[in-house]
Design a protein around this ligand. Structure first.
Ligand code: HEM
Length: 170
């Protein structure tokens, strides 16, 4: 296993955050599924907002609104969903970092998440200048890729728990 990963796992496991997160998850009966439900609601808001805007840019949905109008309406929801996603999942990550840092599916999720975030923010910036530039082919291609990477992030999120069926079957 890569050296940096071992060091990160050891650092996180010896930090007070691990104990704190573990006892927090055990503090209230049913808290873990409640947090996962909040995480899933965050997925619904994040996907709902960014996929609708991407479909508008692709000219498939909500044609009554301009991409600039739609972007101004949906991006606040996109941005509000991010901290909800982070804080509803962080206790799981900090309580058992080895479960995630050696899990290839979590790695795929992290890469898709960062790509999704960068492309979505670029798309938002472009939508604010759309009056001058119009909907360019690059923006349309980006909108299609944005849908793909956020769906991949979601699938990987769910499949984290099933990595051993995918990578180490039998
Ligand atoms: C903000 C950063 C995020 C972190 C740190 C994070 C981390 C996690 C963790 C630790 C789990 C629990 C996995 C398990 O133990 O089975 C999880 C589940 C999940 N994540 Fe995320 N996640 C983040 C953002 C996202 C985003 C942006 C999406 C989708 C757009 C997403 C979709 C999911 C899904 C679908 C699950 C499975 C939930 C379930 O079925 O109970 N996550 N995530």
């Amino acid at each position: 296993m890569a050296e940096w990963r071992m060091t990160l796992i050891q650092t996180l496991n010896s930090s007070p955050l691990r104990e704190l997160s573990d006892s927090f998850l055990r503090s209230i009966p049913g808290l873990p599924p409640i947090l996962q439900t909040i995480h899933l609601l965050g997925v619904a808001v994040l996907l709902g907002s960014i996929v609708m805007l991407s479909l508008r840019i692709l000219g498939v949905a909500a044609k009554s609104q301009s991409p600039a109008e739609m972007s101004a309406r949906v991006f606040p929801w996109f941005f509000y969903a991010l901290p909800v996603m982070l804080f509803s999942a962080l206790p799981f990550f900090l309580a058992r970092p080895q479960r995630y840092l050696v899990n290839p599916v979590f790695g795929i999720k992290a890469i898709a998440f960062v790509a999704g975030l960068c492309l979505s923010i670029w798309m938002w910036q472009q939508c604010r200048q759309i009056a001058d530039k119009g909907v360019t082919l690059t923006l349309k291609l980006t909108a299609a890729v944005v849908i793909f990477v956020w769906v991949l992030t979601t699938l990987a999120g769910r499949w984290i728990a099933y990595a051993d069926y995918i990578f180490w079957p039998g």
